[in-house]
Design a protein around this ligand. Structure first.
Ligand code: MTE
Ligand code: HPA
Ligand code: MOS
Length: 768
C-alpha cells in the first residue's frame, strides 16, 4: 500500500487519542447513563459517588456554564439530561476521578429516581401518535394515480429493515487539555472536528476560537462519529473547565454499544405497477424511519433515503413518502450509505415481488428498467454520464452470467436440501452532501526550504485512506516523490469551519482544495523559473520526478533548487486552497434540483448456497464491476469496495439489532451481536474497475468510493431468497432484514414449526 499509514498500523505504531503521552495529572471520566427509556427525573443523587476513592467531581446538567444542547440539526438533545430521560443510555452525569476504574465504580453508586412515562419503540406507533421529527417529505414524478390504470399488474408489499451497530475498532473517546488562559484543546475521535469545536464552545459559553480540536486519525467511524463523537468531547471539555486538569473519557465496547446511535431501522410499504413484460410504470413507497429519541442527523438521512428510493432504475411515475418518527431508543445516526441503503432495499424488494408474481427472472426486470443517459430522477436531476447499463453489461460479460446461471440451475436440479441462489445488484449513489452548503473544503500547503511538504486539510483519516489519497494527489500535482509529503493532523486552528468527513466526498472536496492550494504555489514558482532561466512562457514549465522541464526538455533545475531560489527571492511557499462543488443546488419547497455532482454506478453478482434443512448459508461468490472514475490508489480503492461490501453483507444477514418493548438493547455486546468475519466473506471475490471512466470533476478523474460498495451487500438478501424459492416456492416470504439463518429456518418451515409448536403445547397442557 502506498504511504506510511499501513506501515505504522502493521507495526502497531499509529497513534489514536489514548496513545498520546499522558499529561501530568490527567483525570479520567465515566458516564452515568439513564437505565430507563422514558421518565421524568424525580431525584438524581450523586452523593455516594462523590465519597468514593479518587473521585474529583461529579458533573450534572446544573454544572454546564453555557447551553446544555448538542443537537446538530434541531436543538432537541441535551448533553446531560436535566428533567426528562428519553432512552436507555442517555448521559445523565459525568464522574471524574484519578483512575478510569474508580470513575466507573463511582458512576455505579449514582441513583436516579424517575416517574416512568410511556415507551414507544415502534416507528409506526410513534407516527400514529404524532411523534414525528420535522415534516414528512414527498418526492414525486409523473402521475402515479393515473399510472396504476395502465399497469397489467399492481402489487403491494411491506419491508422491515433492521438497524446496524457501527463496531468501529476504536470506541468513542476524547481528551481535553487546558491550554493558556481559558482555552481548551480537545483530542477527539471525530469525523467532524468543527462540530466538536462548535458544540464544546456552546456548552462552555465560549467563542469558538477558545476551543482547538485536533484529530490525527480514527480507528473507524463509518458515520458513527459524524455527529455522535461530539457528546464525549463536550463532556471532557466540561470536566477540564471545572477541574483545570486534562481529562480523558474512553467508552468501553459495551458502554459504546448501549449509549450510541446506529443505522436507522425502517418500516416501509410499497406499491408497484408493471406491464406484463416487466416494465415498471409506477412506484409508490412510504418509509417510516425509526429516528430514536432525538433528531441527530435523521432528517438529512431521511432525505437521502428519498434520493435513493428508485436505486438505479428509471420509473416514470413515482410518489415517495418518508417520515422521521421519534421513539425511545438511542438517537439513530449516520452509517455508510446515510439512509440510501434502506431506500434501495425497498426498491429491490418490490422488484422481487414482481419477479415472483410474473414468474420472470428478477434480473430481467432489473435490466429492463435500468437508467439510461439523461433519464430523470424523481428529484429533478438527470442521469448524465450514466453508467448503469455499462456496469451491468460489463458484469454480465466478464463474469459470464448466463453460464453461471445455468450452473446454478443444474446444481439446484441435482440437490435436494442444498439450493443455490444468484442475484444481481446494481447500485447508483449520488455524490455530494445533500445539504448543499456542506460541499466546501480547505487545504493548507507549506513547502519547506528543503523541498519537503506539509499538508493540512479539513478531512479526517478514519481508515478510508484519505491521507494516502491526498498525499498522492499532492505528489502528482507537484511532480515530486510521495516521501516528500507529510500529512498533518486535522486541526481547527489550521483549517476553519470544516464539514464532516462524510458523504464519501472527503477526497473529492479536500483533494480539490489541495490542488487549488498547489496551483497557487506553482503559479508563483513557474514565473520565477521563467525569469531566472530567461524563457518567455512560464506556462510551459513543468515538474516531473523532481526535475524542472521547459517545453518538455530538462532545464537542469531540480525541485530543491527551485524551492531554495524561491525562498531567497522572497516568494511565498505556502497557500490555502478553498474548494466548493460547482453547479449543485436543491429546492426543498419544490423537492427538485441538482443535489449531486455526479453518481457512482456499479453492478454486483452474488451467489449463495443454502442448507434448507438447517437454514444456514454460505456466500460463495461476489463479483463486482465498479465505477471508480480513474483510481487514485487501486489498493486503497479496492479496500473500500471490499470493506463496504462486507459491511453490507453483514447488515443483510447476521447483524441483528434487537430492542425489547422497554427500549432495552438486547444486542448491546459483541456476545449478542454477530459480526461477519473472515470465514463469512466469500472465497471468490472479484472486483473489476470500469476502464476509461474518468470523472471530469476529479481530482485526477477519480470518483468517490467510500459508501457506494456497501449497497452491493443488499444483493445477498435476494440471493438467499432465491435459494429459498428454489427449495420451497412461496409468494409470501417476508421482506424482513436481516435474513439470519434462524429466520430463514423459521420461514422455510413455517407450517412444520407451527405444527410442532401446537403439539408441544398440547402435550404440556395435557401433562398439567
Ligand atoms: N473505511 C474505513 N476503513 N473506515 C471508515 O470509518 N467510513 C465510511 C467510508 N469508508 C469508513 C470507511 C463512510 S461512512 C464514509 S462517508 C467514507 O468512508 C468517508 O470517507 P471518504 O469521504 O474519504 O470516502
Ligand atoms: N451524507 C453524510 N452526511 C451528511 C449528508 C450526506 O449526504 N448531508 C448532511 N450530512
Ligand atoms: Mo458516512 S455515513 O457519510 O460518515
Amino acid at each position: 500500500m502506498p504511504f506510511h499509514d499501513p506501515e505504522l498500523h502493521t507495526r502497531g505504531e499509529s497513534r489514536y487519542v489514548d496513545d498520546l503521552p499522558q499529561p501530568e495529572g490527567m483525570l479520567h471520566a465515566a458516564v452515568f447513563f439513564s437505565p430507563v427509556a422514558h421518565g421524568r427525573i424525580r431525584q438524581l443523587d450523586v452523593s455516594a459517588a462523590l465519597e468514593m476513592e479518587g473521585v474529583v467531581a461529579v458533573l450534572t446538567a446544573k454544572d454546564i456554564p453555557g447551553e446544555n444542547q448538542i443537537g446538530p440539526l434541531i436543538p432537541d438533545q441535551e448533553l446531560l439530561a436535566s428533567e426528562e430521560v428519553f432512552y436507555i443510555g442517555q448521559p445523565v452525569a459525568l464522574v471524574v476521578a484519578t483512575h478510569a476504574e474508580q470513575a466507573r465504580k463511582a458512576a455505579r453508586r449514582i441513583s436516579l429516581q424517575v416517574d416512568h412515562l410511556p415507551v414507544i419503540t415502534d416507528p409506526r406507533e410513534a407516527y400514529e401518535k404524532g411523534e414525528i421529527i420535522g415534516t414528512p417529505r414527498v418526492f414525486q414524478l409523473g402521475d402515479v394515480e393515473a399510472a396504476w390504470e395502465q399497469c397489467d399488474l399492481v402489487l403491494e408489499g411491506h419491508c422491515e429493515i433492521g438497524g446496524q451497530e457501527h463496531v468501529y475498532l476504536e470506541t468513542q473517546r476524547a481528551r481535553a487539555v487546558p491550554a493558556e488562559g481559558k482555552a481548551i484543546r480537545i483530542y477527539s475521535s471525530t469525523q467532524s472536528p468543527y462540530a466538536v469545536q462548535r458544540h464544546a464552545a456552546r456548552v462552555l459559553g465560549y467563542p469558538n476560537h477558545l476551543i482547538e480540536v485536533d484529530v490525527l486519525r480514527l480507528g473507524g467511524g463509518f458515520g458513527g462519529k459524524e455527529d455522535q463523537a461530539t457528546a464525549w468531547a463536550c463532556l471532557v471539555a466540561l470536566a477540564t473547565w471545572h477541574t483545570g486538569k486534562p481529562v480523558e473519557l474512553v467508552l468501553s465496547r459495551e458502554e459504546d454499544m448501549i449509549m450510541t446511535g446506529k443505522r436507522h431501522p425502517y418500516q416501509s410499504d410499497f406499491k408497484i405497477g408493471v406491464t406484463r413484460d416487466g416494465r415498471i410504470l409506477a412506484f409508490e413507497v412510504r418509509h417510516y424511519q425509526n429516528a430514536g429519541a432525538a433528531a441527530d442527523l435523521s432528517p438529512a438521512i431521511l432525505e437521502r433515503t428519498l434520493f435513493h428510493s428508485t436505486n438505479s432504475y428509471f420509473i416514470p411515475n413515482v410518489r415517495l413518502f418518508a417520515v422521521s418518527c421519534r421513539t425511545h431508543l438511542p438517537p439513530f445516526t449516520a452509517f455508510r450509505g446515510f439512509g440510501g441503503p434502506q431506500g434501495m432495499f425497498v426498491m429491490e424488494s418490490a422488484i422481487a415481488r414482481v419477479a415472483e408474481a410474473l414468474n420472470m427472472p428478477r434480473e430481467e426486470i432489473q435490466r429492463k428498467n435500468l437508467l439510461k443517459e439523461n433519464d430523470l430522477f424523481p428529484y429533478g436531476q438527470r442521469a448524465t454520464d450514466c453508467r448503469a447499463r455499462r456496469t451491468w453489461d460489463t458484469a454480465m460479460e466478464v463474469y459470464r452470467f448466463s453460464e453461471w446461471k445455468q450452473r446454478v440451475e443444474q446444481f439446484n436440479q441435482s440437490h435436494f436440501h442444498k439450493k443455490k441462489g444468484l442475484a444481481v445488484m446494481p447500485i447508483c449513489f449520488g455524490i455530494s452532501f445533500t445539504a448543499t452548503f456542506l460541499n466546501q473544503a480547505s487545504a493548507l500547503v507549506h513547502v519547506y526550504t528543503d523541498g519537503s511538504v506539509s499538508i493540512s486539510t479539513g478531512g479526517v483519516e478514519m481508515g478510508q485512506g484519505l491521507r494516502a489519497n491526498i498525499a498522492t494527489i499532492a505528489a502528482r500535482a507537484l511532480g515530486i516523490r510521495l516521501e516528500r509529503i507529510k500529512m498533518e493532523s486535522t486541526n481547527t486552528t489550521r483549517i476553519a469551519n470544516m464539514s464532516p468527513s462524510a458523504a464519501s466526498a472527503t477526497t473529492v472536496l479536500n483533494g480539490n482544495a489541495t490542488l487549488l492550494a498547489i496551483q497557487q504555489i506553482l503559479s508563483r514558482l513557474k514565473p520565477l523559473v521563467a525569469r531566472e532561466l530567461n524563457v518567455p512562457d512560464p506556462e510551459s514549465i513543468t515538474i516531473q520526478d523532481e526535475k524542472i522541464f521547459y517545453r518538455g526538455s530538462e532545464t537542469g533545475w531540480t525541485w530543491e533548487k527551485l524551492v531554495q531560489t524561491a525562498y531567497f527571492k522572497r516568494v511565498s511557499l505556502s497557500a490555502h486552497g478553498f474548494f466548493a462543488t460547482p453547479g449543485i443546488y436543491f429546492d426543498k419547497q419544490k423537492e427538485k434540483g441538482r443535489p449531486f455532482a455526479y453518481h457512482v454506478y456499479g453492478t454486483a453478482i452474488l451467489e449463495v448456497t443454502l442448507d434448507a434443512l438447517r437454514g444456514t448459508y454460505t456466500i460463495d461468490a461476489v463479483k463486482i464491476v465498479h465505477d471508480l472514475g480513474r483510481p487514485l490508489n487501486r489498493r486503497v480503492d479496492l479496500g473500500q469496495v471490499e470493506g463496504g461490501l462486507a459491511q453490507g453483507l453483514g447488515w443483510m444477514t447476521v447483524e441483528e439489532l434487537v430492542f425489547d418493548e422497554n427500549g432495552r438493547n438486547l444486542s448491546g455486546a459483541l456476545a449478542t451481536y454477530k459480526l461477519p468475519d473472515v470465514y463469512f466473506m466469500p472465497d471468490d471475490l472479484e472486483v473489476t474497475f470500469l476502464e476509461n471512466a474518468d470523472e471530469p470533476t476529479g481530482p485526477f478523474g477519480n470518483k468517490a468510493v467510500g459508501e457506494p460498495p456497501f449497497m452491493y451487500g443488499i444483493g445477498v438478501f435476494f440471493a438467499i431468497r432465491q435459494a429459498m424459492q428454489a427449495f420451497r416456492p412461496r409468494e409470501d416470504y417476508a421482506f424482513r432484514a436481516p435474513l439470519t439463518p434462524e429466520r430463514v429456518l423459521m420461514e422455510l418451515h413455517r407450517e412444520e414449526i407451527a405444527r410442532l409448536r401446537s403439539r408441544v403445547l398440547a402435550t404440556s397442557s395435557a401433562g398439567k
